[in-house]
Design a binder for this molecule. Sequence first.
Ligand SMILES: [Ca+2]
Ligand SMILES: [Ca+2]
Ligand SMILES: [Ca+2]
Ligand SMILES: [Ca+2]
Length: 622
Amino acid sequence: MYGKRTVVKCGRTIPCRKKGSNNNVVSQTGQRGIGGTDGNHPRVWLRLSVAILVCTNTTLACGTDSNVTSGGATVSRSIEARSSGWFIDATLETGLDFTHVNGMTGEFYYPEIIAPGVALFDYDNDEDLDVFLVQGQPLGPGKVSTPLRSRLFRNDLTFEPDGTRIVRFVDVTDMSGIRTTAYGMGASVGDYNNDGWVDLYVTALGRNQLYRNQGDGTFRELAEHAGVDDSGWSVSAAFLDFDRDGWLDLYVGHYLNWDRDASPPCFAASGKRVYCAPQSYFAQQSQLYHNDRGGTFTNVTAAAGMAAQFGPALGVTTADFNGDGWVDLYVANDGHPNQLWINQRDGTFKDVGLLSGAAFSEYGKAKAGMGVDAGDFDNDGDEDVFVTNLTGEGHDLYVNDGSGTFETRSAVAGLAYTTLPYTGFGTAWLDIDNDGWLDLITVNGTVQRIDALVRANDPTPLRQRKQIFRNTGHGRFEDVTGLAGPVFDGLDVGRGAAFGDIDNDGDTDIIVGNNNGATRVLLNAIGSRNHWLGLKLVTAKRSGRDMLGARVAVLRDAQPTLSRRARADGSYASANDSRVLVGLGASTVVPRVRVLWPDGRVEEWSQVPIDRYTTLVQGSSK
Ligand SMILES: [Ca+2]
Ligand SMILES: [Ca+2]
Ligand SMILES: [Ca+2]
Ligand SMILES: [Ca+2]
């Protein structure tokens, strides 16, 4: 299934080390916390020794000669040399063999065009990102003969003695106990029971599922027991500790009331059958659940003040937008005003989308709002928002003034007209080239048939290119899609996208979930040419749970402070790498790292090594 191997060799900035060691991953805390000597601790990766062989080559050549083995033959080529652009398509050689089925019947059932999401998470705690891929179901009788299941792929990342990285995904669904049956939409991840093993929440058209990670490679489905077995139709969800009690709560974004048997067909002016617009259906109420600590949740949607105001939610991201230390929530609604739920610090939220300037486009229009992410693109210390929209609308950039008030600068930033031809879904702020400025990627695909593709007898005539925008550092973005490589020239029906460092080489890679098509693995070929800081932020509790929502300030001499956060949410229907990866450009100076923990405490570290991942345990700074 995976005859080829994807390899990335150590480079100027990439420490290499021996096979079997945990490359580029160290614990800053040594004998303390989860990096300590507790022999009973379940984490495999903590027991791995750190044997680092640092490449001494000072040129990029050290990273330009890697090996790809196929069928016993070894082909020498590097990820950089193989790529004429910024990303390579490593789908086949990594073994991520998955094709989404949207269950279409020719009846233009609306849910056909909404999924699938992707999750990147380290379910087995061996310090590499594994992948969960959401599958559809037949939407009409008798159209699909074999059972369709979402799949879990384990990342068996290994390192050759020369530092070569080999990414190989192995389908472990059957042994994992994950057995999805509903029509899958998306996935979100978070360790809801604080045992150090990240859990999985699967959204669906139908009943959602909560898979508790049992720490032995298996999962147990407990949504009903936990009280989060929403039915209806949900797409994006997010774990967030909104009351700062140290337990992750859950927001489940709901989309539309759709009933297959009560959905009249829709037609274009030409008389041709088309997918109905979302305005054909009523929005469904999104849900907020409070974690009761004993493995169960309480629905607090009404108590939190969120019951009355809701739109058709597609994208969800959590961040502290007004800088008061309490996590807030941004919801991208389809055709309705987007919502900015500001945490009132008393268990309630207040939607200030309209007042804050983050609900509409700069021309006062409520757009389609699919993918969303928050990030500090202008390095002024606050969380800015990017939202993807429909073809003809253009995507939106909301720039935060630090207080949670936003100015829409899509056109000025160069993001309005360049995105007009595209229907964007998955997206993220990510520093593709690790120069310290957050760039943007969108994965695209329309929701109505593209005439030119229909005329060409394309079986999936919704396909579009992906786009990359480089942050110039001056409030503007350049469309550099043409530099991104052949995989960015190809057409797909892009929906979910998960962002994370799949090969642990210090740059952000991507898994793209395509509707009714093959999932793609895009490996970053340029980020690790610069220096970087990799942080895993965890609790001091025995479990060492990922501290979603923790904010990091990277303080540099004579350069702007870089503000980032630990998050898994954002994008569209997907879950991202919860580690924090910070691009440092050409600088080899070790910066100071200040962490604002989700409970409000602040700590600072001065000796965090660069060009590798370090675990920072709350309470362990010296
Ligand atoms: Ca793993
Ligand atoms: Ca857990
Ligand atoms: Ca900002
Ligand atoms: Ca990478």
